[in-house]
Design a protein around this ligand. Structure first.
Ligand code: PMP
Length: 361
């Protein structure tokens, strides 16, 4: 049977080994006949799972002791509201560095709650998307925090370098968390929706320095309140129990593959193979500056022939290569190649790209 691959930007592919485990556990997790989706979030077996998930994050990302891992409802966009609600007051001016669609969306939401300031770090020259080098960012040293999106999922622009000097950075890492090792000390807070490298949607994972939590901020809705989440071990109300369980399996899967550095090298190999094919083909183009190309989301166009996009998508699906359509805001194609995507899938995609050029010539 032909193997199908899911290149969707999210909800995204889950590793086969994890899906097998999910399937088996549905017929009984700790007790035969009762799955993890059916047990109390206050039962000792569930609390063990929650604590184990936090510990696995701490160990995989080497999270220092003055940070905590929280689980919150509502995906990444809930954090677009929760960050300003928890951390600043109406008149405060946190800074939002704008590198694209998601950074701008976080800013738009923050404006509902505070006097957030938007600063562009984008550069667009000769139809190539790029970013200003991090030491040229116009950082406001008085800002209570500085927000950015570390990987713009739409067109595939990734920030991997931060200024030497320390700033209170908050990063939306929804589409590149756990794709490479990071220095958590460079951040006041990191958050991510779970539907890409962490499993299924509905949940956000927050890694924050405990000292930034503002306990006076009583107007924050309780389910988004960091102090309440911290004090309740992320059990203020019923959490997304099944999503946390899937994240736990994925963290175990990463460890079983040899940890983050190993995953990073695999991601580099996959992305290099695909970008290098696109760069060497006269028929396709990727318009992101190679210095900022994402390892997770590879956008591409059929050179001068975008009327062929639909035909491309249709033919790709017949070949088992699914959900390659670009985001509705920019069109074109996008291959999202998160941690779970195996190298064979990239080879299959490249073979298909090559085959399809017969329609272009
Ligand atoms: N930030 C980024 C970088 C994203 O890619 C997405 C979703 N694609 C979001 C935020 C929004 O996530 P959610 O749908 O979980 O709110």
């Amino acid at each position: 049977m032909m193997k199908n691959y899911n290149f969707s930007a999210g909800p995204a592919m889950i590793p086969d080994e994890v899906k097998v485990r999910m399937q088996n556990d549905l017929s009984g997790w700790k007790v035969p006949g009762i799955s993890v989706a059916e047990i109390s979030h206050r039962s000792s077996s569930y609390i063990d799972l929650l604590d184990d998930t936090k510990e696995r994050f701490k160990s995989l990302l080497d999270i220092p002791n003055d940070y905590e891992v929280l689980f919150c409802h509502g995906g990444a966009r809930a954090q677009f509201s929760a960050v300003p609600l928890n951390l600043v007051s109406e008149n405060d001016k946190p800074q939002y560095l704008n590198g694209g669609y998601w950074a701008q969306s976080a800013y738009d939401e923050a404006r509902l709650f505070c006097n957030a300031k938007l600063t562009s770090i984008e550069q667009y020259h000769n139809k190539v998307y790029s970013l200003k080098p991090c030491d040229e960012w116009d950082i406001d040293i008085d800002a209570p925090y500085i927000h950015f999106c570390s990987n713009e999922t739409l067109n595939g622009i990734e920030i991997t370098q931060l200024p030497e000097q320390n700033f209170p950075f908050i990063a939306d890492m929804t589409s590149n968390i756990l794709s490479r090792p990071i220095n958590v000390n460079k951040f006041s807070m990191i958050y991510a929706g779970t539907q890409k490298n962490l499993g299924i949607p509905g949940l956000s994972v927050i890694i924050l320095k405990k000292s930034i939590i503002n306990s006076d901020n009583e107007r924050v809705p309780s389910v988004l309140n960091y102090k309440k989440l911290l004090d309740s071990n992320s059990l203020y109300n019923t959490p997304s129990t099944y999503a946390i369980y899937v994240t736990n399996l994925i963290l175990k899967w990463i460890s079983s593959r040899g940890g983050l550095m190993k995953i990073f090298h695999e991601n580099q190999k996959k992305a290099d193979y695909l970008y290098s094919y696109l760069d060497n083909s006269p028929y396709y183009s990727n318009n992101v500056d190679p210095k900022y190309r994402s390892l997770m989301n590879v956008s591409f166009n059929i050179e001068g022939n975008n009327f062929l996009d639909e035909k491309f998508i249709e033919a790709a699906e017949k070949n088992g290569l699914h959900y390659l359509k670009g985001h509705r805001a920019i069109g074109g194609m996008r291959a999202s190649i998160y941690n779970a995507m195996p190298f064979e899938a990239i080879e299959k995609l490249v073979n298909f790209l090559d085959l399809f050029t017969k329609n272009i010539k």
